[in-house]
Ligand binder design. Structure first.
Ligand code: CAA
Length: 445
């Protein structure tokens, strides 16, 4: 079986940042700790006036191609995943490829281009499409560029406003990859849900609290499906577990559920039983409510144990670092979680080659997917945490009043009045509309 996976990763962040505890919380009349402790978020990224999903996606892909020296001829596929599309027919991948062709030596005439939609999980679906295309041998020796890009904005006043973000991730997918090989086993949990949707509207209709329950339910189904394929899973099997991260504390909730599930009937459950008893079993209950109360009580106790805390610090916490500094990047979010863990491991000198990651993706509407990834020798040469920090640290900080104008600027139904806060430098920018109402892009040297 050909080893296929991620050969290179680059990101691009929206160039503005809003400090949530300092700028957002006071105006919302909230305790800053609601953001830092309750949600686990410190800052959100926002797009400057000349940025959108195409500029961010093209900038991430450009960095990727330049760093890895990828020739357009070597690219047989460009897939974009987004839930912030502005064109119902022409995919963002064509706009991005056109922008890249302005500066690269070569064209993407023979690359298959598309756009994937299924809320945040479409990024992982696009990644899997690329992997399957190569594994099936239809790639003619070429690789795929997978781009996840979103402006994750909510209606003003929506509780989701606290979790906004904007940015893109570009991944090069190839055989014999330099970072991770992606397993062929997958688990899915997929049910028709209306937790978060955008029926022909820019900002989502969201049932925030229910969306959290739906996330957890689909993730559990995906894990069970995955285990039915692989024969089970154990927390110690995985060095890191990157989850879709709408905000870090969503992952905290998913983590304790996943840990409880995977320690059931293992020696870990037996060891913990001395402190907190054994897990309640649903088959021992006639009353569903009593079972739910007891299981919640068990999980509360579990999350306080040293064993759980050590596992959380080792396998989960390193995955949410970037998210806590940028907010929700929707389709990119799980890919930022993986990158976050790899940067952490690189900085700590952790030898990851041969270790396995368990990757949990989620998209509202709703579907979760679980697969494994095997970290390969030499992965650390591809991971540059300082470059990511530089991008994040040079973001221009905005006040709440400036944020209001930035939000209006990116609101499709409002007049555009905001001058840019930053000077574009060596990047693609949105440059106005063409005769067919198409968006146009230029590279600024
Ligand atoms: N100190 C510490 N913690 C505090 C606090 C304080 N002073 N004040 C509040 N908190 C805690 C709350 O207890 C709560 O934590 P728990 O959930 O553990 O109880 C947390 O901070 C958030 O507070 P609220 O529940 O009061 O926040 P809210 O009602 O304003 O909304 C939200 C939270 C529902 C997540 C909202 O931000 C939202 O709708 N977000 C968008 C939807 C979303 O992200 N859903 C996630 C799953 S769906 C998905 O993953 C897809 C996707 O990307 C969108």
């Amino acid at each position: 079986m050909t080893a296929v996976g991620i050969d290179g990763i680059e990101i691009w962040t929206g160039k503005l940042s809003l400090d949530l505890p300092e700028e957002f919380a006071p105006v919302m009349d909230d305790d800053p700790e609601k953001y830092t402790k309750g949600l686990g978020l410190f800052k959100s990224s926002f797009p400057d006036a000349y940025e959108d999903i195409v500029t961010m996606g093209a900038n991430a892909a450009h960095r990727l191609m330049e760093r890895k020296g990828i020739d357009p001829k070597e690219v047989g596929r460009i897939d974009v995943a987004t839930e912030s599309a502005f064109d119902k027919s022409k995919p963002a991948s064509t706009y991005i490829a056109g922008a890249l062709e302005q500066v690269l030596d070569g064209v993407f005439t023979h690359a298959n281009k598309g756009e994937r939609k299924f809320a945040c999980i479409s990024g992982t679906q696009a990644l899997n499409d690329a992997v399957n295309w190569i594994a099936a041998g239809r790639n003619r020796g070429r690789g795929a560029i997978v781009i996840t890009t979103d402006t994750a904005l909510y209606e003003r006043g929506d509780p989701g406003e606290a979790t906004q973000g904007a940015g893109a991730v570009a991944m090069y997918v190839n055989k014999d990859p330099s970072i991770v090989e992606i397993s062929m086993e997958q688990g899915f949990g997929s049910v028709d849900e209306t937790d978060f949707l955008k029926p022909n509207q820019q900002f989502p209709s969201v049932d925030g609290k229910r969306s959290m329950q739906v996330y957890l339910a689909r993730m559990r189904e995906a894990l069970e499906d995955f285990e039915s394929e692989t024969g089970g899973s154990h927390p110690d099997d995985y060095r890191f577990i990157p989850f879709h991260t709408p905000f870090p504390n969503m992952v905290r909730k998913a983590a304790v559920l996943g840990y409880r599930h995977t320690i059931r009937d293992t020696e870990l459950e037996d060891t913990l039983a001395e402190q907190i008893g054994r897990q309640p079993r649903s088959e021992e209950y006639d009353d569903r409510e009593a079972f739910s109360e007891d299981i919640q009580e068990y999980m509360d106790a579990l999350s306080e144990t040293d064993m759980y805390r050590e596992w959380y610090e080792r396998a989960i916490k390193p995955t949410v670092d970037i998210s806590s500094r940028v907010g929700n990047w929707y389709t990119s979010s799980v890919h930022l979680a993986r990158l976050s863990a790899l940067i952490h491991a690189n900085r700590k000198g952790i030898d990851l080659a041969g270790e396995t990651l368990l990757v949990g993706s989620y998209g509202s509407g709703a579907q979760a997917e679980i697969h494994e990834e095997l970290v390969v020798e030499g992965w650390e040469d591809e991971i540059d945490g300082d470059a990511v920090d530089t991008l994040l640290n040079v973001r221009h900080p905005i006040t709440f009043e400036e944020y209001e104008r930035v939000h209006d600027q990116h609101n499709h139904s409002k007049e555009k009045v905001q001058e840019p806060f930053t000077e574009p430098d060596g990047e693609f920018v949105f440059d106005g509309w063409g005769p067919m109402n198409e968006r146009q892009y230029t590279f600024i040297e």
